[in-house]
Design a protein around this ligand. Sequence first.
Ligand code: IDP
Ligand code: MG
Length: 149
Amino acid sequence: MDRTFVMVKPDGVQRGLVGEIVSRFEAKGLKLVGAKLELLPEERVVEQYREHLEKPFFPGLKSYIMSGPCFLMAWEGKGVVAIVRKMVGATNPAEAEPGSIRGDFALDIGRNVIHASDSLESAARELGIHFSAGELVDYSRIDEPVLYE
Ligand code: IDP
Ligand code: MG
C-alpha cells in the first residue's frame, strides 16, 4: 500500500491545527503509520527542500520551518499521495479551493500550514529523511474491510 509524508508546519502547530488536520485524514479512511513532534535540524530541512535551494524564497522558507516544532506524519492508503495533495490544496492559499486545508486555514504562500509529498518517489525520499524504519508501524485498521472494495 502507498505511503506519503505529511508535515504540519510551525504555523499550523502554533495555531492549534494539528488535531483538525489529523482528523481530516483519519475521517477520509487513511491510516496513520507514523507521527512525531520535532524541531527540525537544518540539514533535514535542506534535504527535504533541496529542489528549492537556489530559489529566492529558500532562506525565508528555512527559517520559517525551523521557527518552531513541526508535526511529522506518515499516512498510508490507496492512492494516498494524490489524495493528500488534493486535501492539502494549492501551494498559494489564495488559490487553494475552499474545503482544502490551505483553502480553509491559510492566507499567505509563505505560511501555508502544511507540507505533503508530491509523488511516490518524493514520498519515499522524504519518509527516509524524517523517519527510521522502526518508527513506521504496520497494522490493520478495523474498518479496512468496509473502506476498500
Ligand atoms: P508545495 O508545498 O505545495 O509542494 P513547493 O512549490 O514545493 O510547494 O514549495 C515548497 C514550500 O515553499 C511551499 O509550501 C511554501 O511554504 C514555500 N514557498 C513556495 N513558493 C514560495 C514563494 O513564492 N514565497 C514564499 N514561500 C514559498
Ligand atoms: Mg513541494
